[in-house]
Design a protein around this ligand. Structure first.
Ligand code: TRP
Length: 328
């Protein structure tokens, strides 16, 4: 039986952090064992907000390198830069012709970004259409995403149905894949907010490539509370709960067993144990990263783009034929 296709995209905006890793990446790596995976560094999405082209060029290669170091296996998965596969943009145009502007007007991420000062341009507005094209292009049926992307995936599903109703059954209607083993990692400085790469406070996040010393310092300085018990209570003790969740995800141990062991150990000892767990989890990624050189990464990405284009061309032909755009 054919394996189902998984598609996901990561924006190359630099500084991949523990939240990205434990919340998404680590799961992407695992999914390679059970599915045909397509993982795309979505550089065309990233340029919908203000950016510096020189910095971007570095961030792009860096994102690819981090993903490879974390275990994305280019021999098993399609792995490439979105901009190198023109079929994404072409399908996005076709899907755009069937996307009501009323639907785009309701997209909360678009509204949030504009409210925060991003220019309200057409690319930012149609961001969810390009995302739909990414997913539908490969006829993916499963999409690992975070909660913040649910609305975009809902729209993707609607577009698949709309397309199928009008042009015949072409696209599977994709589903979100949100497995239990992924963590929602919160900021170390404000544990009521998600860990984020845009927080100006660098101590709010552990970067996936931070040295063991830096990891330990950041975890030691994580905001907790003045009650000395280590227990899981996201309302009263969001900082401690976040650290418990991080440690549980890194070690595979249950929160209960961690509370049994560290409940009255004191925050100092507990934080050191959390730091040990995070350092151990990140060590293989750091060393794989150090062993990869940029030329090797470029070579892998060129080959990935070639493979992805070949596959995308085949699929795109089906969409072209269905819409009356077949080659003559
Ligand atoms: N919008 C996603 C994010 O910011 C990135 C993305 C682009 C994506 N295309 C995708 C995710 C397709 C899943 C599937 O996280």
């Amino acid at each position: 039986m054919d394996r189902q296709t998984v598609f996901s995209g990561l924006q190359p905006t630099g500084n991949v952090h523990l939240g990205n890793y434990l919340g998404a990446l680590r799961n992407w790596v695992k999914l390679q064992d059970s599915y045909d995976c397509v993982y795309c560094v979505v550089d065309l999405h990233a340029i919908t907000v203000d950016y510096d082209p020189k910095q971007f060029e570095q961030d792009r290669i860096e994102a690819a390198k981090v993903l490879l170091a974390a275990g994305i296996d280019p021999d098993r998965s399609l792995f490439y830069f979105q901009s190198q596969v023109p079929q994404h943009s072409e399908l996005s145009w076709i899907l755009g012709t069937m996307t009501p502007t009323g639907v785009l007007n309701r997209m909360t991420q678009y509204k949030d970004k504009v409210a925060k000062g991003e220019a309200a341009n057409l690319g930012l507005y149609s961001y969810p259409v390009l995302m739909a094209a990414d997913i539908l292009l490969y006829h993916a049926s499963l999409v690992p995403i975070g909660d913040d992307q649910r609305q975009h995936l809902e729209m993707t599903r609607d577009l698949a149905e709309r397309f199928n109703n009008r042009f015949g059954n072409v696209f599977p209607v994709p589903e979100a894949l949100i497995p239990e083993t992924t963590a929602r990692v919160m900021s170390l400085a404000d544990p009521t907010a998600k860990m984020s790469k845009s927080d100006p406070n660098e101590k709010s996040r552990v970067l996936i490539l931070d040295s063991p010393d830096v990891v330990r310092k950041k975890i030691r300085s994580a905001v907790t509370d003045s009650d000395p018990d280590v227990r899981f209570d996201t309302e009263e003790k969001p900082g401690v709960s976040n650290l418990l969740e991080i440690m549980s995800t890194c070690t595979g141990r249950s929160i209960d067993s961690l509370v049994d062991e560290y409940g009255s150990a004191g925050y100092g000892k507990f934080k050191d144990a959390v730091a040990d767990a995070v350092i151990a989890e990140l060590a293989p990624i750091r060393s794989a990263y150090q062993n990869l050189d940029d030329d090797e990464v470029a070579r892998i990405m060129r080959r990935g783009a070639l493979d992805a284009r070949t596959k995308a061309e085949g699929f795109q032909q089906i969409a072209r034929e269905a819409t009356g755009l077949a080659a003559i």
